[in-house]
Design a protein around this ligand. Structure first.
Ligand code: HMG
Ligand code: MG
Length: 300
């Protein structure tokens, strides 16, 4: 077991993962207001949207307008998802400096999500990495379904580890391991991280937990004990993937920040400012807040 990291980067995915599966599609203006409120809370990374097919994910249409409309903070990057070269070109035109590619450790999820096999996706990603290098773009990678797939069930840890290693070799600066359907438990997290840390330095690993089975906070605590210092989270616990039926939202950012504060781990995120963004977005979406901390503070 490693020591806890002194400082943790909480990587906010609310404006992308949080909104991409909502019944209500928000206006560009509201998405911009949401990101601006999050920027005020002190994040280093706020995922701003996706350059994907607007027929498949209408909630993420007009991400170019969002990216050009936000008030970019100097110390914050605003990554966007780019599944292919077309997405990359659109991201570049909108002034993106950080992008994320998203693959899968499971074959069937990969096909449903981005319409190609895992092997084909790696070829696409290589092309994206080459083009990104020419434009000095910083590239993150996701691997989905690392704890299980809605279509295939169990996913082998060594498959995730091998793909993560390939993505790092291609030039991604960090690999985010996604429990897309929120099914994993702490024992599984320990095993997976052992396999991935055998091929990747721990400072190249991020974790991305959805909270369907209520295990996300325990899983994150386990990842912290393994030395992982980058945690993906979504304000108000929003989130879900159109291709992961039944999956709930991500771990709520407020809840992870509260826990990290309690552990004395620095995040540089202001919880009260974050809560303002949380209440704002729930009002706009007309949805209930999935953050326990946000609900507790609201009733004070
Ligand atoms: P495709 O159908 O294979 O693409 O889509 P294609 O090259 O065959 O082209 C078909 C049409 O799509 C063409 O338009 C293209 O122009 C258009 P048409 O000629 O028919 O009018 N097209 C695009 N349009 C906009 N942007 C693009 C683009 N590419 C092609 N980049 C594609 C492939 C990946 C685009 C599609 O399957 C898609 O958009 N999928 C949605 C993927 C997605 O957003 N999933 C959710 C995010 S992943 C996630 O949530 C998991 C994560 O959170 C981690 C975790 O939780 O585990 C990251
Ligand atoms: Mg996700």
């Amino acid at each position: 077991m490693d020591a806890f990291p002194d400082e943790v980067t909480v990587f906010e995915v609310g404006p992308r993962d949080g909104l991409q599966n909502q019944k209500k599609t928000l206006s560009v203006k509201t998405r911009i207001q949401f990101i601006d409120k999050l920027s005020a809370a002190g994040f280093k990374y706020i995922e701003a949207g996706s350059f994907v097919s607007s027929e498949k994910v209408p909630q993420m249409a007009n991400t170019d307008q969002v990216l050009t409309g936000i008030n970019r903070h100097r110390n914050c990057a605003y990554p966007v998802l780019t599944p292919n070269l077309q997405g990359l070109e659109n991201a570049l035109n909108a002034g993106a400096t950080h992008i994320a590619i998203f693959g899968s450790a499971s074959e069937q999820f990969c096909r449903k999500n981005i319409n190609c096999s895992v092997a084909e996706s790696m070829v696409r990603f290589r092309d994206i990495l080459q083009a990104a290098k020419q434009h000095q773009l910083i590239v993150r990678a996701y691997l989905s379904c690392v704890m299980g797939c809605p279509y295939e069930g169990e996913v082998a840890a060594n498959k995730t580890a091998s793909l993560a290693e390939q993505l790092l070799t291609m030039g991604c600066y960090e690999i985010s391991l996604g429990d897309t359907i929120g099914i994993g438990t702490p024992g599984q997290v320990t095993k997976l991280l052992r396999a991935v840390k055998a091929v990747l330095p721990v400072n190249k690993i991020a974790v991305h937990f959805h909270d369907t089975y209520g295990q996300a906070l325990a899983n994150i605590y386990t990842a912290l004990m393994s030395g992982v210092a980058v945690i993906d989270a979504s304000v108000a616990g929003l989130g879900g993937c159109p291709y992961a039926p039944g999956a709930s939202g991500n771990i709520a950012t407020e809840d992870i920040v509260y826990m990290l504060n309690g552990l004395g781990i620095t995040t540089k995120i202001d919880l009260n400012t974050l809560l303002e963004a949380s209440y704002f977005i729930c009002r706009e979406l007309n949805c209930s807040n999935q953050s326990k901390v946000a609900v507790a503070r609201q009733s004070l």
